[in-house]
Design a protein around this ligand. Structure first.
Ligand code: PHE
Length: 341
């Protein structure tokens, strides 16, 4: 007992004198006193040498010693937590990692711009179905069966009898609006259209259009020009020049195509304008009297204008995208370039 007491006292002093000021020293302490080969364990193993009559006292002494050793460790345990945190390199002051979010598609960015420009001058948004019947896509638009103008657009037929098609243009929405809305009508119609074309850098089997329609009393070609001038100024800037060329669409008379001065070269000639200085951006005209009649609107009382533009074309001019296929390939390297718009 005496020698056991002496041994314990000696180790108690050692414990008291052990300086713990960081995680490494704490670990050293743990190994030295509390580890599997540590002093507490080795003194406990002395128990087997203690005669039976002293076992109880010896047990108490040992337990008190063990408690002392453990208390000192517990008192410095916070140092160990700091060490764990340091090992995991947790810096609670750092901002959280941001979740990557998607971006708007360039076509949607431009479509939104087109729509909001026309909204400023009183146009309401209208949409229609992508699968259309013959009446809304062709016949009501002054293109009766066997009309040669149907060949202008290579059509995807969903069924032939009755005729269901993937709409070839957003002019079908004009028909639907004239059919059900009260006059006056002033709508802008964005949407996807389909044509049976071989896919290449310059053509695709689907693309997007924005159609405009205004029908009221006394609507003139001057009103059409005014609306389109406003659009060009807002979209491409006040310096952009505009010209109209006579053209043909079955549902407008007179019809025109509108060009703007090339926004890339400013008119001196480049690839975008094919060295002409001008780029075509839309078709337009005064709504054909036959079309108004198809919807029981008296062309002697009412007149209207319509225009239709390709969203891909406007996007190509704005962002100089020279391959139509990029729009639908879902390549994030392409799409990420529009992140901040
Ligand atoms: N629908 C025509 C096209 O797809 C464009 C257009 C719309 C022309 C409205 C005139 C008026 O080519």
């Amino acid at each position: 007992m005496e020698s056991l007491k002496a041994l314990i006292q000696e180790q108690e002093v050692a414990i008291q004198n052990f300086k713990i000021s960081n995680a490494a020293e704490l670990e050293q302490y743990r190994i030295q006193f509390l580890g599997t080969k540590g002093i507490v364990k080795s003194i406990f193993s002395e128990m087997k040498n203690v005669p039976v009559e002293f076992k109880k006292d010896a047990g108490q002494l040992l337990n008190a010693f063990k408690l002392l050793a453990e208390e000192k460790f517990a008192a410095h345990a916070h140092l160990q937590q700091a060490k764990v945190a340091a090992q995991q390199e947790i810096d609670n002051t750092l901002p959280a990692a941001s979740l990557p979010i998607g971006t708007r598609h360039p076509l949607k960015i431009v479509e939104n711009q087109i729509v909001s420009i026309f909204e400023k001058i009183g146009f309401a948004v209208a949409t229609g179905p992508e699968v259309e019947d013959d009446w809304h896509n062709f016949t009501s638009l002054n293109m009766p069966e066997n009309h040669t103008a149907r060949d202008m657009q290579d059509t995807f037929y969903v069924s032939q009898q009755p005729d269901w098609v993937l709409r070839t243009h957003t002019s079908s929405v004009q028909a639907r609006i004239l059919e059900k809305e009260a006059l006056p009508i002033r709508v802008i119609c964005p949407g996807r259209v389909y044509r049976n074309e071989t896919i290449s850098a310059r053509a695709h089997c689907f693309f997007h259009q924005c159609e405009g329609l205004y029908v009221n009393k006394n609507v003139s070609f001057a009103d059409l020009k005014q609306a389109l001038y406003f659009f060009v100024t807002e979209m491409f800037g006040a310096d952009t020049k505009v010209r109209f060329r006579p053209s043909y669409f079955p549902f407008t008379e007179p019809s025109a195509e509108m060009d703007i001065s090339c926004t890339v070269c400013g008119g001196t000639g480049c690839n975008l304008c094919k060295h002409t200085g001008w780029v075509e951006i839309l078709g337009c005209g005064m709504v054909h009297p036959n079309m108004l009649k198809n919807f029981n609107i008296d062309p002697e009382v009412y007149s209207g204008y319509a225009f239709g533009m390709g969203v891909e074309r406007i996007t190509q001019i704005k962002f100089q995208i020279n391959d139509l296929r990029l729009y639908s390939q879902n390549d994030v390297r392409f799409l990420r370039q529009f992140e901040r718009l």
